[in-house]
Ligand binder design. Structure first.
Ligand code: NAD
Ligand code: MG
Length: 356
């Protein structure tokens, strides 16, 4: 049976990687709907390539642009407009799998609608969990949705935990698990002092050493607020208290995260830094399907380094732990303040060091 997939945020970095994996398995998956906020020309090309039945755009002007670029000939996909249409599409009964790959809290309504509809939700949009962890997890639990974490660290942890072939919602930490260890590359400024970063430009902040990603998450990775969001995300996904989640700097981004067990075992997931691996895992679970990612050559990698993060060097990471200990309201404030600060930094209205 072919599963029908909706990709929210299909024109972004995760969205494009998702379509790449789907295209490798026409026998298993077909695209139901795609959504984009801008770059309508990319959306048009994607809709053609995937024969999507539905596309969702934010405004009437964007819909008009879509029609103009589509031209005559092939039948136009059904065009839906606005944020309510986006959530309705995520929850409609025409798809079984939804990839939530919109950036920021704007991704919450779609992810939540998919969860409420009881679908398989591939969650890349970490801000949804940071801003609304309890609401979102309750929706997954009551509908019986399957929640597959796509963020590489959480996907790694999911793979290293006992899950018995079922992606349910834990209400307490898995038995025997002592600690979750999130790896972090440390971003482009790992070896520079915080006090020397005042003049950093958006281009420098977005030049991540290992991963190619959207601009917002690239800046978050540089400040390590991204790792802070991921600590909060791990808390919700795996029912882990903050003191049992730790972060280790690992500049090579080969070990994607680890689980420490009571008997002293540590189980890690390794691979190339390419998001198509976690995406393929989420699509195929509990089976393994081809992702297009090359195999890891450990001998060529040579060495793997690990070190303790310096919280003075990364104030955003410290703030995230404080927010998580403080509660949901602080996490909402953390995420909202960061979205606004990063947007201001990216439009050259705020110095990098003012983000925290
Ligand atoms: P991106 O900026 O490349 O793409 C974002 C997508 O969301 C685009 O399709 C855009 O049109 C759409 N979008 C933006 N604002 C919107 C709005 N207000 N309403 C509706 N749609 C909107 O981002 P990305 O790097 O693909 O990241 C997407 C999500 O996945 C983020 O939450 C990010 O933290 C998470 N994530 C990304 C990566 C990665 O490697 N890129 C890794 C882990 C997690
Ligand atoms: Mg990540």
């Amino acid at each position: 049976m072919v599963a029908r997939v909706t990709v929210l945020g299909s024109t972004g970095s995760i969205g494009q990687s998702t379509l790449d994996v789907l295209a490798r398995h026409p026998d298993k998956y077909a695209v139901h709907a795609l959504s984009a906020y801008s770059r309508i020309e990319v959306l048009v090309a994607q809709a053609r390539a995937t024969s999507a039945s539905v596309v969702v755009v934010p405004t009437d002007a964007a819909a008009q642009e879509f029609r103009r670029l589509w031209g005559a000939g092939a039948p136009l996909p059904e065009l839906r407009v606005g944020s309510q249409a986006l959530a309705d599409t995520a929850g409609d009964d025409q798809s079984q799998i939804v990839m939530a790959a919109i950036v920021g809290a704007a991704g919450l309504p779609g992810a939540l609608a998919a969860a409420r509809a009881g679908k398989r939700v591939l969650l890349a949009n970490k801000e949804a969990l940071v801003a609304a962890g309890s609401l979102f997890m309750a929706a997954v639990q009551s509908s019986g949705a399957e929640l597959l974490p796509i963020d590489s660290e959480h996907n790694a942890i999911f793979q290293c935990l006992p899950h018995h072939g079922r992606a349910g919602v834990p209400t307490e930490p898995s038995p025997g698990v002592r600690r979750l260890i999130l790896t972090a590359s440390g971003g482009p400024f790992r070896e520079r002092k915080w006090s020397d970063l005042a003049a950093v430009t958006p281009e420098q902040a977005c030049a991540h050493p290992n991963w190619s990603m959207g601009r917002k998450i690239s800046v978050d990775s540089a400040t390590m607020l991204n790792k802070g969001l991921e600590v909060i995300e791990a808390h919700w996904l795996f029912a882990m208290p903050p003191e049992r989640i730790s972060v280790v700097i690992h500049p090579q981004s080969v070990v994607h995260s680890m689980v420490e067990y009571d008997d002293g075992s540590v189980i890690a997931q390794l691979g190339q830094p390419d998001m198509r691996t976690p995406i393929a895992y989420g699509l195929g679970f509990p089976d393994r399907i081809a992702s297009g990612v090359g195999m890891l050559d450990l001998a060529a990698a040579g060495r793997l380094d690990f070190s303790e993060p310096d919280l003075a060097q990364f104030p955003c990471l410290r703030l995230s732990f404080e927010a998580l200990r403080s509660g949901q309201v602080a996490c909402i404030a953390l995420n909202a303040a960061n979205e606004i600060a990063v947007e201001a930094f990216l439009s050259n209205k705020l110095p990098y060091t003012h983000i925290p």
